[in-house]
Design a protein around this ligand. Structure first.
Ligand code: G6Q
Length: 551
């Protein structure tokens, strides 16, 4: 065990930079972005950074140069540089699970060396990538045949959490690059509706299931996998059909073999890849089947470029570091409890859902690495929707509500579908929103428009709402990799400041264990003795009674 992983150093609130930030906040809390921009005409250019293909404008945050200086000092005091190096060199920084955290190895180039317990893992990563590429090519070309000799036209990914959210998001994001003559579906929920709706119009003879489960023990995934098996065999009859219609992504070869999947068609990964950091591992097999090995490689090169940027760029120009530190400022000093992620790119419609797991499962923690309670609030709530749709619903609250909601706006300069004026209209909306949120509209401006007195307060926009704007040239597999890595490393940066373990997820355990206790109580045909609290007992009895009654 690497003891350094458990060392948190002085408490965060006692660090000189933290205390300086507290004092600094008192001085700047009255500042308005209107004033800050008026005083510094170059601010928009100055408070921006570019790296690995992405441009970040962070000037519309409520910060001054001094705020940034102190946040950077805080990063130094918290040992961010050392923690980054520890991650990249295979240190067991996932302290509570005593594991290395090496999603960066998934996109390492051939010849790079990253060791875990003395063994270089990069060749293993590339061996799996090659296996995935051979398999994808044989399915995409039609060489791989189903049990009755037909080519595979439908791919259904069965997984949940990290084994689902990344694959769905990546498929949606890169749909433009995907095989349009194949169908891709994703089943995660143990609610039978999910499976039924995903398969109702598919022909088992042309359908392949990817069972994605690191542990191959997850209740939802195994239940869906068994239903998929029955669905397939109902038509194809012979047990041997499973081998032509099921493949697995897992670390559990025994479980995979027991299910009847040929382990030659199992794609492995390792305990140093967390579920929510795994979309670019074999968990991304559905992505590769959809977009092809070459595009998948492009995506990895985007991840890699951002990894290198994060590792090598001085912090004052380092995109993930700046975004992470600004998130700390907004959360811990300005008191913002949520962050809205607003992609102005329809293909990124699942990106906020993906980020919810990445950010909240990583940084929703109440104790530090050493087990002591944290003394400031940690992981904010991430949420969002594609931009213009949100403008006609929840943006009202962001503009005029009583809560502060910092936003990340994400846009692309070139459309994937040039269609008349659409793209300029889309981007004009993005830019207008950041402008409106920062500068608002004063009482004087509203009055000058001839607004009746009684209506003036309703039409005033206070402004001073912080936003980041992330711009890239075009949504490609590469930019998707850059974007995901940007958030991965921003999450890590925040976790280092808070001194928490961003890579464990003990908080998901309790519910799973309690469900195992309740399952037999629901399925019991007799009258089971219930020993829960009175609320849970009553709910169980009600469910049992109503379930029996015909609708
Ligand atoms: C992610 C979590 C979690 C996990 C799922 C699925 O970081 O660990 O979301 O991915 O619980 O687990 P399996 O892949 O083992 O089925």
């Amino acid at each position: 065990m690497n003891d350094a992983a458990l060392t948190t150093g002085p408490r965060l609130v006692k660090r000189p930079a933290w205390q300086a930030l507290v004092a600094h906040h008192r001085q700047v809390q009255g500042l308005h972005l209107r004033q800050i921009f008026a005083d510094d005409p170059q601010r928009g250019e100055r408070l921006s950074a570019e790296g690995a293909g992405l441009y970040l404008d962070y000037s519309k945050n409520r910060v001054t140069d001094e705020t940034i200086r102190l946040l950077l000092q805080l990063a130094d005091e918290c040992g961010l540089a050392g923690r980054i190096e520890a991650m990249f060199s295979g240190g067991k920084i996932n302290a509570s699970e005593r594991r290395a955290v090496l999603h960066v190895a998934l996109r390492a180039r051939t010849g790079e060396r990253i060791e875990v317990d003395g063994a270089d893992v990069v060749p293993q990563v590339h061996a799996v990538l090659d296996h995935m590429a051979r398999f994808s090519e044989s399915v995409r070309s039609g060489r791989w045949r189903g049990h009755t000799g037909r080519a595979i036209r439908n791919v259904v990914n069965i997984g949940i959490g990290g084994s689902d959210l990344g694959p769905v998001m990546a498929f949606e994001a890169l749909r433009h690059y995907s095989r349009r003559d194949m169908t891709f579906r994703f089943v995660s929920n143990v609610d039978g509706t999910d499976f039924e709706e995903a398969t109702r119009d598919l022909d088992p003879e042309e359908t392949m299931f990817i069972i994605c489960s690191k542990t191959f023990t997850t209740l939802e995934t195994l239940t869906n996998a068994h239903s998929a098996r029955e669905w397939t065999l109902r038509k194809l009859k012979e047990e041997s059909a499973v081998q032509r219609h099921f493949v697995a992504v897992s670390t559990n070869a025994e479980g995979v073999a027991k299910f009847g999947i040929d382990t030659a068609n199992m794609f492995g990964f390792w305990d140093w890849i967390g579920g929510r950091y795994s979309m670019d591992s074999a968990i991304g097999l559905s992505t590769m089947l959809a977009i092809g090995a070459e595009n998948f490689g492009e995506m990895l090169s985007g991840f890699h470029a951002m990894d290198q940027h994060f590792r090598r760029t001085p912090f004052d120009r380092n995109l993930p570091v700046l975004m992470g530190l600004l998130a700390i400022w907004n959360n811990n000093f300005l008191g913002a409890e949520t962050v809205a992620v607003l992609p102005y790119e329809h293909y990124l419609k699942r990106f906020p859902a993906y980020l919810q797991q990445l950010t909240m499962e990583s940084n929703g923690k109440h104790v530090m690495l050493d087990g002591m309670p944290v003394d400031v609030s940690t992981g904010p709530i991430y949420w969002g929707e594609p931009g213009t749709n949100g403008q006609h619903s929840f943006y009202q609250l962001i503009h005029q509500g009583t809560r502060l909601v910092p936003c990340d706006f994400i846009g692309f300069c070139q459309p994937l579908h040039p269609l008349g004026r659409h793209h300029d209209l889309l981007l004009a909306n993005l830019l207008a929103q950041t402008e409106a949120l920062a500068f608002g509209k004063t009482k004087e401006q509203v009055e000058a428009e001839g607004t009746p007195d009684w209506l003036v307060p309703h039409r005033v926009f206070e402004g001073n709402r912080p936003t980041n704007t992330i711009l890239a040239k075009r949504l490609t597999p590469q930019t998707l990799g850059q974007l995901v890595a940007l958030y991965e490393h921003s999450v890590f940066t925040q976790g280092v400041i808070w001194q928490i373990d961003s890579f464990d997820q003990w908080g998901v355990e309790l519910g799973k264990v309690l469900a195992q206790r309740i399952i037999p109580e629901l399925e019991d045909t007799g009258e089971p003795t219930l020993v829960h609290d009175s609320s849970t007992n009553t709910l169980i009895r009600r469910y049992r009674r109503f379930r029996k009654e015909s609708s």
